[in-house]
Ligand binder design. Structure first.
Ligand code: AMP
Ligand code: MG
Length: 316
């Protein structure tokens, strides 16, 4: 357990001895990043920033690096990806806040929305501060992917690294192949049936995948489900998608994009991928019968479950 989820490491090797080192390395890197980035640990850089109001806080290299990457995906997603949505996330009962019994009022939503916006976070050198009161940041949409990349880099410093699959709560990156003639293969979960997959994604050497789903964490108000991903423009939990899985060249990008594309949906989402030829996605709308909207780069690596082959919708 680390970063609030399960981590696992799969190593193709022939003896026990060769397995201990990668596991220790992964544990060390994940735990160090959790200590710096967790909004829950009171001594983390992020928790200190969230308590500081508009005072200046000194950030370590990991927090600064992740915030910088956030700005990139904030811009790419036209603001959909915004880690300062924390006040809204909490208003809707996530990130440790109690689940609301009624829908938040328009005033409460407007108030929380006024305290969001990545532009209100200044970082100069090692100094960070919010230029507005009541703000806070939550790296839950990107930190796991970032951590997987740091473990990946650390493990690849070995002289002849064995084939490896790193998985932190569905944020996955691989090195090499599972076997001489087989790429690593990842089952893409069916958002409507936890026991089933919609198909299998082949993960080429060095590449990464991540999934955002409305079934992972949600609150129920008046019998309706609300997901943990907030659309910053409405202040409401994002609706429309049940699950989005991304294929990308880094786990950081896969993680940031899966959250962004979950909000954007297939059309706007596919446009965000236009300059990224190796990057693709599958979008599963939150409606029945199931539809699998798939971009070309994802399609090339994806084998649908036989029963769902006729539900594929290529996005051109
Ligand atoms: P993921 O499972 O990677 O899609 O990340 C979801 C988590 O990201 C949520 O639990 C929140 O902590 C955070 N989050 C929610 N909405 C947003 C958003 N619009 N932009 C960035 N992070 C978000
Ligand atoms: Mg994400």
């Amino acid at each position: 357990m680390t970063m609030g989820t399960f981590a696992s490491l799969t190593v193709v090797a022939t003896g026990h001895a060769s397995l201990d080192d990668p596991a220790d390395t992964a544990r060390r890197v994940f735990d160090a990043l959790n200590s710096a980035l967790s909004a829950y640990l009171p001594d983390s850089d992020i928790a200190r920033l969230n308590r500081a109001g508009t005072n200046t806080v000194t950030l370590g290299p990991a927090a600064r690096a992740v915030i910088e990457v956030c700005r990139e995906y904030h811009a790419l997603s036209h603001g959909a990806f915004d880690p300062t949505v924390m006040p809204l996330v909490r208003l809707w009962g996530f990130s440790g806040a109690p689940a609301p019994r009624n829908l938040p009022t328009p005033d409460a939503i407007a108030d929380a929305r006024a305290r969001t916006g990545l532009a209100h976070l200044e970082v100069i050198g090692t100094d960070a501060r919010f230029d507005r009161d009541g703000m806070s940041i939550d790296l839950g949409g990107i930190a796991k992917g970032y951590a997987v990349d740091r473990v990946y880099e650390e493990l690849l410093r070995a002289a002849a690294p064995p084939p490896i699959l790193i998985n932190l709560g569905g944020n996955i990156r691989c090195h090499g192949a599972r076997g001489k003639r087989h790429a690593w293969r990842i089952g893409v979960r069916n958002p409507f049936d936890h026991e089933a997959i919609v198909g299998v994604l082949e993960l080429p050497d060095g590449m990464a995948t991540a999934t955002s789903g409305n079934y992972e964490r949600f609150v129920t108000i008046d019998g309706k489900r609300y997901s943990h991903i907030i659309d910053p423009t409405t202040g409401f939990p994002s609706t429309g998608m049940a699950g989005v899985t991304v294929l990308s060249v880094t786990a950081t990008e896969a993680d940031a994009l899966s959250t962004s594309l979950f909000i954007a949906g297939p059309e706007a989402g596919a446009r965000m991928l236009a300059d990224r030829p190796r990057c693709g996605a599958i979008f599963i709308p939150d409606r029945q019968p199931i539809e699998l909207w798939i971009t070309p780069a994802f399609d090339r690596r994806f084998t649908p479950a036989p029963a769902l082959a006729s539900h594929l919708h290529p996005i051109r």
